[in-house]
Ligand binder design. Structure first.
Ligand SMILES: [Zn+2]
Ligand SMILES: [Zn+2]
Length: 153
């Protein structure tokens, strides 16, 4: 199998990239999309490009992903499928079958802002999310609108 990147996958039509794989780091908390049925994640590939990943949450796959997909998780998606919609919010990589996800070693205590590993030094005083430094807390609040997700997880 050959690797592929998010940028290489972006196509105007739905496309399945057979024989390819993409390694992704989850950089967002898992969220069930309104209407249900899909788990929506923001992911980053090894080039640092960011995209969306949608995983079907039907019962069959639910038990296999529970607790494994969240901030800092690393996964390999096999034979990835890219789907494009007029609404960019819905465009992204889609996973329909549990066997298309392999779980890699996650990033331990990933800093919410810079992605650094082993961020045990600092926590947001309100929600408890972890950071490597006070600077990263401040930058997350001023540049990344941390307030929008500042609630207990
Ligand atoms: Zn940091
Ligand atoms: Zn917070």
């Amino acid at each position: 199998m050959k690797p592929i990147t998010i940028l290489e996958m972006i196509t105007p039509q739905e496309q399945r990239f057979g024989g390819r794989y993409i390694d992704l780091t989850v950089i967002d908390d898992a969220e069930i999309k309104s209407g249900g049925g899909w788990l929506q994640l923001v992911v980053e590939d090894d080039d640092g490009d960011v995209g969306r990943l949608f995983v079907v949450t039907f019962e069959q796959i639910k038990t296999s992903i529970e607790g494994k997909l969240g901030f800092g998780s690393r996964i390999r998606v096999l034979d990835p499928i890219f789907m494009s919609f007029t609404s960019e919010q819905l465009s992204g990589i889609r996973v329909f079958e549990p066997k298309c996800i392999a779980y890699l070693d996650g990033v331990e205590n990933m800093c919410r802002f810079c992605g650094e590993e082993n961020a045990n030094e600092c926590k947001c005083s309100k929600c408890g999310r972890k950071y490597c430094s006070e600077d990263c807390i401040e930058l997350d609040q001023s540049k990344m609108m941390h307030d929008l997700i500042c609630y207990a997880v």
